[in-house]
Design a protein around this ligand. Structure first.
Ligand code: ZN
Length: 218
């Protein structure tokens, strides 16, 4: 079983659902040529897709185009259903950084056919995930910088202030569909700059003051 670590306390949460929001930054919607969605686009990754700091990404043989998406990750610490926006932040146990790995070629083919994205987003190693810091260390989740480098070259550098749906909105909305439980993780969408990774690449995803995550591609 995969677990999420709360840095400092050493507390471990067995990971439950990993709920992800797509198309949450206008600049990233433009770079993929997508339409801005009316309601948030939600998908899931299985807990088995998680790898930790220092882990190795294995790109499945059925893809030739694996993209990185660096994202603010939220660890849920308190159960809730139909959580009002005003109380949303009370359900957070920690903040971290994740990479939502996406097989863009496979996803494009599935989208065209109207089929679910699971095999493009949920394969083993598709969710590199850092440790989490307690909310007391994050004064404003909508004022964080998300950076990702590949082989020391900056590919993504965006602010969470550019999210279309804020952390409060996402928790409130998702909890109207899925009961949120301790150990659930939410990935909040990626800013612009997604690009392909290949064998031998070294990735560092970072939210300064919150988390840093190193992974490499086999
Ligand atoms: Zn994503």
């Amino acid at each position: 079983m995969k677990s999420a670590t709360l840095v400092g306390s050493g507390m471990e949460y067995p990971i439950g659902k990993i709920l992800c929001i797509g198309r949450n930054y206008a600049d990233h919607i433009r770079e993929l040529g997508n339409e801005p969605p009316e309601a948030p686009v939600i998908f899931m990754k299985p807990a088995s897709s998680v790898i930790g700091d220092g882990g190795t990404i294995v790109i499945p043989s059925y893809s030739k185009d694996c993209h990185h998406e660096a994202e603010l990750a939220i660890l849920i610490g308190k159960e809730g259903r139909d959580i009002p926006r005003e109380q949303a932040l009370e359900h957070i146990a920690g903040y971290g950084v994740a990479i939502d790995l996406t097989l863009r070629d496979v996803q494009a083919e599935l989208k065209k056919k109207g089929l679910p994205w699971d095999i493009a987003k949920g394969f083993d190693t598709a969710c590199p995930l850092s440790g989490f810091v307690p909310p007391a260390q994050v004064s404003d989740p909508q004022d964080l910088q998300i950076r990702l480098t590949v082989n020391d070259e900056t590919r993504q550098d965006g602010s969470t202030s550019l999210m279309i749906h804020t952390v409060r909105d996402i928790i409130s909305h998702m909890s109207g569909i899925f009961t949120l439980e301790p150990g659930d993780v939410i990935l909040t969408g990626t800013p612009a700059g997604v690009s392909a990774i290949i064998s031998g690449d070294r990735l560092v995803a970072e939210i300064p003051g919150v988390a840093r995550l190193h992974v490499s591609v086999r």
